[in-house]
Structure formats: structure tokens, C-alpha cells
Design a protein around this ligand. Structure first.
Ligand code: ADP
Length: 642
């Protein structure tokens, strides 16, 4: 035996074992999907070959026929799926079939609960592809030869921990998969059953899916045989690219099944847009919004994106080529009529036509989302809970479409006081008070910190709605979204509030008087707090809390500062020097009223420092020196007990 012909037995990656076990149990009620998955892979393999052959015809090895064959053998109890696609090298088989190379694998396994119903949904979301063969087979033989190479390999596994791989001969390029059916799966050894599964799940595959068919002998009126019994090849599917058909000829099921193929997903999509764009750049797009976020959504290196075809020839599914990052969850196909076929992927990247197509496609997706928001609130809610945080990146990333993206945003607000994000900025604007000019918001570390922020007290009292923001991305969002519908967005924790316009005459008078009353206290507090604050003043924000911290209009919010600190960014390093807050005290609070009469300077200082630290805590912030705070507080408590 030569070295190349060596036969190896290798162990599956631990995850594969786990995945196989899970899948076999949880997907059993949908077992016929194995055929869809394997056909889908065959179709992708044909797409890849067609692309490679554009620059290297010899890969066709004299036969440019691309198809998938499905056969079965009742005696052997096998089903065979063979494609004439690109095939795999030994290394590729090891990497792709013995390993889960997918990003998000770790998160996937972390999410598993042991509850079968839940896990099977997760597994669908993760996508199982090739391994679905083991739902119905207890042994799978995969023989493959990469186009343009000589060596073929055979991979065999019973799906139980290991597989063998050996070098074999294979005349035709491509991959052949033989499923040795488990006991009790004989229902699949039936041409009619297989045809109907293919029709149901794989009709949209643009490659012909061929099965052989028994044609009985033909006889004339006298019973004389005119044609002998024979076997003929039959194309089972309609074998035309779905997106090229007219919308009227495509059923919802067709759209859904096609999505599962292009999206590598098990679930139906949430929505789609299918449209042919005419003009200088002619192209057809069929784009989908999935129902669930893929596991690799937060993975920077995630690969599967929208697929680019040129006149039905697959070119690339390089993620960032056709969709901006904030729409990275979109799946589907864009087929360009006017691009030259012999383009390299590199040239595409700089192509003006591609950027025009991309801009058009983005508009279509935003349009789809807009109409979903308008016409199907429930659907949109689902969409937002899965993808809202990604859409928010659009405000930062996509200047051209900023307004359109801003209209898609949904937030929590004091109007509902619920964590569910379902308030649109337009809803807010509609509810604005007479005389209110700004859209108010608060950012915090968590929803409950935002909702309970002392800064909201005056707003609640006056019945002015405030948007509650607690997602990581919100700070960035808000620094890029300074205006909506002509109204500026204003943090309730920053600068002077112009709520005065909503004050009654009585309110105004009272404020003037108290400010005077507290002049001495403010001065003394400022001395105590020294470098920690830029100013101390009487608040018009608070009703129930004794004090709060306010940042300057142009300074970084305390929440943002906290996020940066956690990310290991020092303010000094960034040349920001840390913003010094303004300390605001509430003259109607008993603690503040009484401190006016405090004669003991030390006690005055302790109380001031405690109020300051409390203000940080009540916004969900962290103290630089928590033990000093506890020490001071205990000192005061002790003096109470004396
Ligand atoms: P997915 O198709 O979602 O990537 P699979 O587990 O189905 O996951 O397949 C893993 C990889 O194995 C594919 O991405 C592809 O590279 C390779 N592969 C699977 N089936 C074939 C095939 N019939 N021909 C060529 N390559 C294949």
C-alpha cells in the first residue's frame, strides 16, 4: 500500500459526536429533510465548480454537465446521492465532514438545555447539513474526487465517534453519498416517496435532480410488444433558478424552501422581497429576513452572506460584498445581468456596478422592514427582538440611509415602562407635550437602572416621556443620532434642561427663592467635593432623590465612561481626561433641607460625600472607593444610635 492510499481511522471532534446524538433524537420527526440537506450541498458544490471553471475550463474534465442523481437499491437498502460538483480533497473531507468548522459552535453548545423541544429548535437554527444523513442511516459512505485532481477518497462512518478515510479510485469528479438505511427506514426505498420529497423540498434547485424511472413495456392492441420495458432518466424537479421565475408562479412554500437552501436554515423565514430592477444595472434580487438570528451573528468572521450570481452563475457569498454589516443577517440571492462573467472576486470588490447594486439592495431591505413595521406589528416585534441591536449599528454605519434606519428603531420608554422595545421615535414625537422641543432619553447599564434613574423624577412628575436605553450599542447610537424629525435628542443626565418652559409661574418663583437660600450650602459642598465635580447647583430634575450627577452637554456620559473603562480604555489615554460631573442637590428633600443647619463641618463633609456617592450608585455606577463610603455611612448610623 502506498502512502497516499493509506487508510486511517480518525475520531470525530467531540462536538460532532454530541451534535450527531442530539440531531438524531431531535430531528427525527422531520427525518425526510436529510434529502434536502444533501441535495443542497450538491447544488452548492456545482455552483462552486461552475465558478472555478470560469477561469479554468479544464476542471470540467471534458464534461460540463452538472446534475445530481438520486438512486435507491431495495436489496442493499441504500440511497445514493451523487453530484457532479467540485468534490473534496482528503484534507477538505477531514476539515468539513469530521469537524464543525462553523463559527458560533461554542455558543451553540452553551445554549443547549437538555429540553428536547427547545434543543431541536436550536439545532435547526444552527444548521446541521451533512450530518442529517445519520437521522435515517446507520452507516454513511462518502466518496469524492475534487475536480482537476486524481486522488479520490472514501469516508465511512457509522456516526458513532469515529470514521475511516482511505484513498480510492473514482472516475467521475464530484461527491457520491451512500446512505445505508437504519432498520425501519424502508419507506425511503420507494421511488414515489423520494420523488415527492424532492418535489416538496428541492424543486427550486436550479440543477436537474435526476432519478431513473421504470418504463413498462408497450404493447399494441393485439398484446404484441412494441417497445421493451426499460429504464429512463427523469428530471424530478423544475430545475430552473427560482428567482428568475415570475412571482405569480412561485408559491409561499417555494419561497420558504428556497430560503432554507440559501440560508442554511431549518426554519421558515420571516419575510422576503423579490424584485427585478431594470436600468443600466439590471439585476434580480430575492432577499430574506430570517426568523431567528444565526449563531454567528456577533462573529466578525462569519461567512455566509447574500449570494451573488451573474446570469445564474454563482460567483460569491462573501458576506460584506452585497450587504453592509448592519444587515448581515439578510440571506438570499442577487443575480446581476449586466456584469461580465469573467470577473475575479477581487475586481468585484471595487466594482462601481456592485456598489450601485448593493445600494439598491439595501434600499429594498429597508423598504421591506418599513412595510413590515407598518403592516404587521407582531412580525416586526419578532424581528426587532432578534435583530434590533444589529439594526442600531446602521445609524452609525450607514449615513446615507440614517433617516430610514432611525425610523426602524424601537425603544423602551417611560410611556410603557416595559423592557420590551416597541416605541418608535415617531410615536414619541406624536406624544410630545405642548412646548416640548426635545426628545429626552436616559442611558444606563440595565433596563431597571434606566427606569429607576433619579434623573427621570421631574419628567415623570411633568408627564414628559423619556426613552430608556440600556443596550451596549445605545451610547454609540445616540452619539450618532442627534436629531429625529427636526427634534434634537437630549440626555436627561446632561446639561441644562429646558423643561422650564413647562413650569408654572409658581414653580418658577419657588425655584428662584430656593436657589438663594442654598447659596452657602452649595459653596461649602463645592469645597468638600473639590476636584470631583465641576460645579454644585440646585436641581430642577429631582423630586424624590436628594441628589444626582449631571454631565456637560458635550461631555461623555457617565454610562459611556463606565463602558469605556470596562473595555480597558483609560480616559486619559484617549485624551478625554474624564469628564467632571455637576453635582445637583434637591432642595425639597429632607436630607438637603436639614444639612443647611448642620454646624459640624466634619459631619457636613461626610453627608456631602455620602450624597455624592449615592448619586453615582443610584445610576448604576461604581464607586472608586466603596469601603470609604461604607465607613462614612456607618459612622453616621452609629451617631444615630448613641
Ligand atoms: P454547510 O453546508 O452548512 O456548510 P455541511 O455540514 O452540510 O454544512 O457541509 C460542510 C461542508 O462540507 C460544506 O460547506 C462543503 O464545504 C463540504 N461539502 C459538503 N457536501 C459536499 C458536496 N456534496 N460536495 C462538496 N463539498 C461538500
Amino acid at each position: 500500500m502506498t502512502v497516499e492510499a493509506k487508510k486511517e481511522t480518525l475520531g470525530f471532534q467531540t462536538e460532532v459526536k454530541h451534535l450527531l446524538h442530539l440531531m438524531i433524537n431531535s430531528l427525527y420527526s422531520n427525518k425526510e429533510i436529510f434529502l434536502r440537506e444533501l441535495i443542497s450541498n450538491g447544488s452548492d458544490a456545482a455552483d462552486k465548480l461552475r465558478f472555478e471553471a470560469l477561469s479554468n475550463e479544464s476542471l470540467y474534465e471534458g464534461n460540463s454537465d452538472l446534475s445530481i442523481r438520486v438512486d435507491f437499491d431495495k436489496d442493499e437498502r441504500t440511497i445514493t446521492i451523487a453530484d457532479s460538483g467540485i468534490g473534496m480533497t482528503r484534507e477538505e473531507v477531514q476539515d468539513h465532514i469530521g469537524t464543525i468548522a462553523k463559527s458560533g459552535t461554542k455558543q451553540f453548545f452553551e445554549k443547549l438545555t437538555g429540553d428536547q423541544a427547545k434543543d431541536s429548535e436550536l439545532i435547526g437554527q444552527f444548521g446541521v447539513g451533512f450530518y442529517s444523513a445519520f437521522i435515517v442511516a446507520d452507516k454513511v459512505t462518502l466518496t469524492t474526487r475534487k475536480a482537476g485532481t486524481k486522488e479520490a477518497v472514501r469516508w465511512i462512518s457509522a456516526g458513532e465517534g469515529d470514521y475511516t478515510i482511505e484513498t480510492v479510485d473514482k472516475e467521475t469528479r464530484g461527491t457520491e453519498i451512500v446512505l445505508h438505511l437504519k432498520e425501519g427506514e424502508d419507506e425511503f426505498l420507494d421511488g414515489y416517496r423520494l420523488r415527492s420529497i424532492i418535489k416538496k423540498f428541492s424543486d427550486h434547485i436550479s440543477l436537474p435532480i435526476i432519478m431513473s424511472q421504470d418504463i413498462p413495456a408497450e404493447t399494441d392492441e393485439d398484446g404484441k410488444e412494441t417497445a421493451p420495458a426499460r429504464i429512463e432518466d427523469e428530471t424530478v424537479n423544475s430545475a430552473s433558478a427560482l428567482w428568475t421565475k415570475s412571482k405569480d408562479d412561485i408559491s409561499d412554500d417555494d419561497y420558504n424552501e428556497f430560503y432554507k437552501h440559501v440560508g442554511h436554515d431549518f426554519q421558515d423565514p420571516l419575510a422576503h422581497v423579490h424584485s427585478k430592477v431594470e436600468g443600466v444595472n439590471e439585476y434580480t434580487l430575492l432577499l430574506y429576513v430570517p426568523a431567528r438570528a444565526p449563531f454567528d451573528m456577533w462573529d466578525r468572521d462569519a461567512k455566509h452572506g447574500v449570494k451573488l450570481y451573474i446570469r445564474k452563475v454563482f460567483i460569491t457569498d462573501d458576506a460584506e460584498q452585497l450587504m453592509p454589516r448592519y444587515l448581515r443577517f439578510v440571506r438570499g440571492v442577487i443575480d446581476a445581468d449586466t456584469l461580465p462573467l469573467n470577473v475575479s472576486r477581487e475586481i468585484l470588490q471595487q466594482s462601481k456596478q456592485i456598489s450601485t447594486i448593493k445600494a439598491g439592495a439595501v434600499k429594498k431591505v429597508l423598504g421591506l422592514l418599513k412595510s413590515m413595521a407598518k403592516n404587521d406589528a407582531e412580525k416586526y416585534e419578532k424581528f426587532w427582538s432578534e435583530f434590533g441591536n444589529v439594526i442600531k449599528e446602521g445609524v452609525i454605519e450607514d449615513h446615507k440611509n440614517k433617516d430610514a434606519v432611525a425610523k426602524l428603531l424601537r425603544f423602551s420608554s417611560t410611556y410603557t415602562d416595559k423592557e420590551k422595545q416597541d416605541v418608535a421615535l415617531a410615536d414619541y414625537v406624536e406624544r410630545m407635550k405642548e412646548g416640548q422641543e426635545k426628545i429626552y432619553y436616559v442611558t444606563a447599564d440595565s433596563f431597571s437602572a434606566a427606569k429607576n434613574s433619579p434623573h427621570l423624577e421631574i419628567f415623570r412628575k411633568k408627564g414628559v416621556e423619556v426613552i430608556l436605553m440600556a443596550d451596549r450599542v445605545d451610547e454609540w447610537l445616540i452619539s450618532n443620532l442627534t436629531e429625529f424629525d427636526g427634534k434634537s435628542l437630549q440626555s436627561v443626565a446632561k446639561g441644562e434642561l429646558d423643561l422650564d418652559k413647562l413650569d408654572t409661574e409658581e414653580d418658577k418663583k419657588e425655584k428662584e427663592e430656593t436657589s438663594k437660600d442654598f447659596e452657602a450650602v452649595l459653596k461649602q459642598m463645592k469645597e468638600v467635593l473639590g476636584e470631583k465635580v465641576s460645579d454644585v447647583r440646585v436641581t430642577n430634575r429631582l423630586t424624590d432623590s436628594p441628589a444626582c450627577l449631571v454631565t456637560g452637554d458635550n461631555e461623555m456620559s457617565l454610562n459611556m465612561e463606565r463602558i469605556m473603562k470596562e473595555a480597558g480604555q483609560s480616559m486619559d489615554m484617549m485624551g478625554m481626561g474624564g469628564s467632571k460631573p455637576i453635582f445637583e442637590i434637591n432642595p425639597t428633600h429632607a436630607l438637603v433641607t436639614n444639612i443647611k443647619d448642620e454646624a459640624d463641618d466634619e459631619r457636613f463633609a461626610d453627608i456631602t460625600n455620602i450624597l455624592f456617592d449615592q448619586a453615582i450608585l443610584s445610576e448604576g455606577g461604581q464607586l472608586d472607593d466603596p469601603s470609604a463610603f461604607v465607613h462614612k455611612l456607618n459612622g453616621l448610623l452609629q451617631s444615630l444610635l448613641k
